[in-house]
Design a protein around this ligand. Structure first.
Ligand code: BMA
Length: 329
């Protein structure tokens, strides 16, 4: 039996695996949990991040407006399933007005670390880069320096320091619909200056695992297990109809997380349901957050569906790690 190293979460959203199901992730029966009209302004609500907060959950949600302007909004929930999303975007304060200039903000992640909720997101600053902010209460947000130079997307923090360093995954990119992309890990002593960049993983060339041939990017905050860090990521193939986004998983060394121990050859989730295949951008499943319960090993993953709505899938640490071991690269 594999173990999650972390906090218990007795109220984690949950449904049992359907009888006879053979894939490692199973969908919530009432997906999608958030529709297009998640708040007053939204055209779509997707690629969003949630964490346990007070006696329920809080999150930061990507809502593209009806003007198709990308921004992030606070949401709250009692049960992790029913969400109330604010109608006004997150307001940031910070030391340097230059950094507070707003171009666009999307694909947030939230990570509880050292007593703060850190938000990372794709932040427009002369091209996409990684914005960083923290909050204690999901009301006041303090924005720090952008972590990297543009162009970069998918900044994902580890939930604790490793060997005294904060660690962040990211995926250097271009300013458009990037047709390439490897995942790197960067380190920082202070959440401001990032360095010691280490390569983690590349897309898979050839025909061996073509769902992840074009680019890959980290998803939720990695989950610590007794066997390594469990990383859920997205992998992309270029088809005659454009990109198709699927989900994969990898296991990373606990002390040196740029060393990959296992990686899925088979995807763990693919766009197959109507709401994943039909929407503003068809054929996208894009994970950005996971809740986990260290007592039972349960994991609930929040993901964007077709860049339009938000879905939930379930697994356990055993289901996903045994699948990884049975379908290795
Ligand atoms: C990426 C980002 C994601 C989106 C994906 C698929 O470049 O824009 O937010 O989900 O493309 O459209």
């Amino acid at each position: 039996m594999s173990k999650i190293i972390g906090q218990p979460l007795a109220g984690i959203p949950w449904e049992e695996k359907p009888e006879g199901y053979t894939m490692p992730l199973w969908r919530y029966s009432r997906n999608p949990i958030i529709g297009r009209n998640g708040n007053k302004v939204s055209n779509s609500v997707f690629n969003s991040a949630v964490v346990p907060f007070e006696d329920g959950y809080a999150g930061v949600f990507r809502c593209d407006s009806k003007a198709i302007s990308m921004d992030i909004y606070v949401g709250k929930s009692k049960d992790g399933l029913h969400w109330e999303i604010e109608d006004e975007p997150v307001q940031m304060e910070g030391a340097d007005g230059e950094i507070l200039k707003w171009e666009y903000r999307y694909d947030p992640r939230v990570c509880y670390l050292d007593g703060r909720y850190y938000i990372t997101w794709c932040n427009g600053y002369h091209g996409p880069t990684i914005g960083v902010a923290y909050t204690y209460d999901f009301r006041k947000f303090v924005q720090l320096e952008n972590a990297f130079l543009p162009c970069n997307r998918n900044g994902v923090l580890f939930p604790r320091k490793i060997n005294g360093m904060y660690m962040m995954l990211s995926r250097p990119s271009d300013n458009g619909h990037t047709p390439f992309g490897d995942i790197f890990i960067s380190q920082s002593r202070d959440m401001e200056f990032w360095g010691r960049h280490r390569h983690l993983m590349s897309p898979v060339q050839g025909n061996e695992s073509a769902w992840q041939i074009t680019k890959i990017g980290p998803g939720p905050t990695p989950i610590e297990t007794d066997e390594g860090w469990l990383l859920i990521y997205h992998g992309v193939i270029t088809t005659c109809n454009g990109f198709v986004y699927r989900m994969g998983a990898a296991l990373l060394d606990l002390e040196q997380p740029w060393k990959m121990l296992l990686r899925s050859k088979d995807y763990i989730l693919a766009p197959q349901e109507f709401y994943e295949c039909v929407g503003d951008v068809p054929n996208v499943v894009f994970p950005c957050a996971a809740l986990s319960d260290a007592d039972t090993g349960r994991i609930a993953i929040y993901y964007g569906c077709a860049d339009t709505v938000t879905g939930l899938v379930f697994t356990t640490v055993d289901d996903i790690l045994s699948y990884l071991k049975e379908h290795p690269m």
